[in-house]
Design a binder for this molecule. Sequence first.
Ligand code: HEM
Length: 463
Amino acid sequence: MAKLAPKPASRPEGIGVIKRIGLFRRDMFSSQPARLYRAWMAQVRVPFYRSFLVNQPELVRRVLIDEAGNFPKSEVLSDTLHPLLGDSIFATNDAQWRAQRDIINPAFKGCPRQAFSCMREAGEAAIERLEVRSDGEPVEMEFVTSFLAADIIFRTLFSTSLPAETAEKVYQSFRAYQKTQPLWSIPALLRLPKWVPRFRSKAAGQHADAIRALLVEMVEARQKEIDAGTASDDLATSLMTAVDPETGHRFSKAEMVDQVAIFFLAGHETSASALSWAFYLLAMDKGVQDKVAVEARLLSDPPQPSDLSKMRFTKDVFHEVLRLYPPVPMYLRDAAESTEFRGCPVPAGSMVIVSPWHLQRHERLWDRPDEFDPYRWQTDNGKARKRDAFIPFSAGPRVCPGAGFGRIEGVLMLGMFLKAFRFETVGAVPVPVAHLTVRSADGIYLRLTPRDVPDTTSEQIRG
Ligand code: HEM
């Protein structure tokens, strides 16, 4: 029987502005009303501009794909995230973004295949770390998956494993950074001119500095190896030596730190978020968990890239996780020129929000939208919605360049972990919160036991 996936409480109707601001400060989900799960569009009036949340597939397509040029990334992103991301590709626009994308695109050619062994080795190391802890005591899975995903991207970038103390530092700093709600800056949200002080939280600045300091260290060490001709042929070297095919432009050192920073952060925080929710959902649904475990026996020892084509049900499970818990919950854009949505004028300068969180749980689009049901992807409704209402990697020109990487990583890690362990819930239901990514308010605790002896009575592949 399908199970309900944890969902945060919506904002009660009719509460005042001050209370709404308080809820927004806690996380973006708590400040949204339940009707967004049914509406095609919603308009929020902010003092100096308007803000529109679009939920209708046709509108989402216009914003992300057909008229993407009129909906650049919101200035609020570059304004608020600059201390952490600098001028990295995630928040830039126009010619600067185009040049950055042209430089990084070649680095992704064939990347998922090369990265496969990094994924497998990081997965094996994570399983080994967990083996000693699968004694029945609950394990906090958000840290486990963050360490795992950071190790994967670190090995892919730098051809070496991530030291445990660096993993711990990055995890703690990023978690603390997210909790400061970096998008919450009144001058930035009100779009006050740049000379108006942003009054950033001191703690946010310190956490961003701590993360960047680790990345600067890595980039400098690699630059020395490139100069000495001893650098490994990996993603970091390809990014740091890449040349814009049209202009011949290379990244400066500051730009390189920004690009490596976004690869490291976007490349692990998103996958870590998806995997931690995946393990929770599987723990919640023993039937689905057992079916993935049976499919995982098809993995070779050690796993090979060709194994993934056999993991069809696990792929559906990962899709279902990305539907219920899209790691990036909302995409922020600005309307460069005035336009209209459903007959309603949208003035230039309006903020436009595409929310995969609401779209992918939309009550008018999905059957039983809050149920964890990987079998839905085989139905007509699932197949149709995959085309028009499933955008965990965004779409159009700003689509995630790491989507192929993320999909392979997700399916392979689910297979490897489910082959090794059984997962059980321990009572505490995690509450999703939306900061930069979707995380649980208080961690995700699960009990793990080794899956040495298969339970053949329940481990039958269904259908
Ligand atoms: C499950 C895993 C992942 C998910 C769900 C995900 C999701 C996303 C989304 C939704 C965006 C666009 C956000 C927007 O339009 O505002 C994005 C952008 C980006 N992602 Fe991912 N991502 C994942 C994994 C990765 C990986 C593994 C890498 C790198 C190895 C990566 C690198 C990037 C970069 C560089 C951008 C910025 C692209 C641009 O603006 O042109 N992502 N990602």
